[in-house]
Design a protein around this ligand. Structure first.
Ligand SMILES: Cc1cc2nc3c(=O)[nH]c(=O)nc-3n(C[C@H](O)[C@H](O)[C@H](O)COP(=O)(O)OP(=O)(O)OC[C@H]3O[C@@H](n4cnc5c(N)ncnc54)[C@H](O)[C@@H]3O)c2cc1C
Length: 481
């Protein structure tokens, strides 16, 4: 019989966090540091959600979502995690583009982008300056009517090459399209431009290990392999959760599961007002991803061809083509031995944006064939940069939207949560049900490692003040338990 991971759990916690993605773990850590008793429940056997890794025979280790994040991660990790975690974050200096419109390497920061825009693309320096300032000035309370397409048209009319340079990496980083509100582009682009692209040295396994240790030290009760079935609500207020056939009471729930799943499946539509449910149902999910993991045989080496390689043979940037099954636009993340100090191993991960519908409904045979095709076309594309790469690889496998859904239960394997409208629904949740909160990828801007961590902190502060105002009744319950 499977072990009951909740066997010795308490009957009451101040806060139950559902899901150990970066938003869930950060929220749990913040609440525990504020003195709350916290139970963190994760359905998978590993913590981290999309921030994860896996091992394969032959000494291979692959990171799933450790390709790059903005410098803001250093400050967030120092403030909300530990100095040691912050100290392991290092810059990736070799970001390379290669497509029919341009081919060069950049440090992916404002200084180098300005010089590329002026010297390579021939844009007037003042226009570049105005564009950067416009992108930087965007915040959540701005007019959200302008789309990214309109933003580009305003500054760089007719320049599809400039649009590709500015947009393609951000579309990989947050799944936004030219038709999303310009703020979803402006915020994320400006975050990267401030100082470039950063990575966690030591790998995702080390990061999550360090985060788990910090959580334990701060008193969080961590349980893996526990899938929460239901969030219990009585009289318009959260009372607890149900998992493994057991009910555990709490003062508040912070759900890190997908926002739509939280509302529609874990709570139930009947517990919300009709207009809120209509709004929640209208929230669109963001795209998913495909990846190909390529392990280099022990003893083989790779020349440095850059850290991140944005490559495509499509004539222009196209948001729809970027997710298509026969996509040619992909990011190669190169993992040289220094990513895991002490290791002498190399790995390559190719990532493409993808649509759930293109993969979810294939027969088993077609699914296997399509994965093989993805692997073959990826290796073909990589041979342009490393001609003998096939002979160096001794492990290769692919992941699809179904894979990401399977491991995180994210609806439709959504890599970046929901489109912009999901953020308002997430923020309004506690106004519908007392003590019910959500933190996790929503609204495009609250996704990615940095967005998820920062949103976890913002929502944890709200949970803490909710607990503060409802303290008397809960102290009594706690005393009784
Ligand atoms: C292929 C890929 C590449 C990426 N690359 C990057 C990158 O380079 N840089 C970057 O910044 N971001 C990247 N991202 C995005 C980033 O990883 C995510 O935005 C972020 O990790 C999401 O964190 P989260 O807290 O929102 O949720 P998630 O990571 O989705 O975590 C949610 C957690 O909740 C758990 N859960 C769900 N339902 C239940 C339940 N009922 N009971 C218990 N547990 C439950 C899940 O198992 C999961 O652990 C990438 C993502 C993917 C998929």
């Amino acid at each position: 019989m499977a072990r009951d991971r909740l066997a010795d759990a308490k009957d009451y916690y101040d806060v139950i966090v559902i899901g150990s993605g970066l938003a869930g773990m950060t929220g749990a850590n913040k609440l525990a540091k504020a003195g709350r008793s916290v139970l963190l429940l994760e359905q998978h056997y590993n913590f981290g959600g999309m921030a994860t890794w896996f091992k394969r025979p032959g000494g291979h280790i692959f990171d799933i979502s450790l390709h790059g994040f903005p410098v803001g991660m250093i400050k967030s990790c120092r403030k909300y995690w530990t100095q040691e975690i912050a100290d392991s974050i290092v810059q990736l200096k070799g970001v390379r583009f290669d497509n029919p419109q341009f081919s060069f390497q950049t440090t992916f920061d404002r200084v180098d982008f300005t010089s590329k825009l002026v010297d390579h693309f021939g844009i007037a320096p003042q226009t570049v300056e105005d564009f950067f300032n416009a992108a930087r000035a965007m915040d959540f309370y701005d007019d959200q009517a302008m789309t990214t397409r309109e933003l580009f048209e305003k500054f760089f009319p007719g320049r599809t090459d400039v649009v590709r340079f500015l947009m393609e990496p951000i579309a990989y980083a947050n799944g936004s399209t030219l038709d999303d509100p310009a703020i979803t582009y402006g915020i994320v682009f400006s975050n990267f431009m401030s100082k470039g692209v950063y990575i966690f040295r030591g790998g995702t396994d080390k990061l999550i290990f360090m985060m788990k240790n910090a959580l334990k030290q701060n008193g969080v009760d961590l349980r893996h392999s526990v899938c929460v079935d239901r969030i219990c609500v009585e009289g318009g207020r959260v009372t607890g959760i149900e998992a493994n056939g057991r009910t555990i009471a709490c003062g508040a729930v912070l759900s890190n599961a997908n926002i739509k799943t939280t509302i529609e499946k874990m709570v139930g539509e009947d517990k919300f007002k009709d207009d809120f449910i209509a709004e929640a149902k209208a929230v669109r999910l963001n795209n998913s991803s495909c990846q190909v993991y390529m392990g280099i045989r022990k003893g083989e080496t790779l020349d440095n061809i850059g850290d991140l390689l944005f490559t495509s043979v499509d004539p222009e940037f196209d948001s729809v083509r970027l997710c298509a099954k026969d996509v040619t636009s992909r990011t190669f993340s190169m993992y040289y031995p220094d990513i895991r100090p002490g290791s002498d191993r190399y790995a390559i991960v190719s990532s493409t944006n993808a649509n759930w519908d293109d993969w979810a409904y294939l027969s088993d045979e077609d699914y296997a064939n399509e994965k093989e095709h993805l692997i073959k076309t990826t290796l073909d594309a990589l041979e342009k940069y490393i001609p003998d790469v096939r002979s160096k690889i001794n492990h290769v496998e692919a992941a699809t939207p179904k894979t990401f859904h399977h491991y995180t239960l994210q609806a439709q394997g959504a890599t970046f949560g929901t489109k912009f409208e999901g953020l308002q629904v997430s923020m309004d949740l506690p106004k519908q049900i007392g003590g019910l909160f959500h933190a996790g990828s929503v609204g495009i801007i609250m996704s990615g490692w940095l967005g998820a961590i920062n949103y976890g902190v913002i929502v944890a502060n709200e949970v803490d003040s909710f607990m503060h105002t409802s303290e008397p009744s809960h102290s009594k319950e706690r005393a009784a338990s």
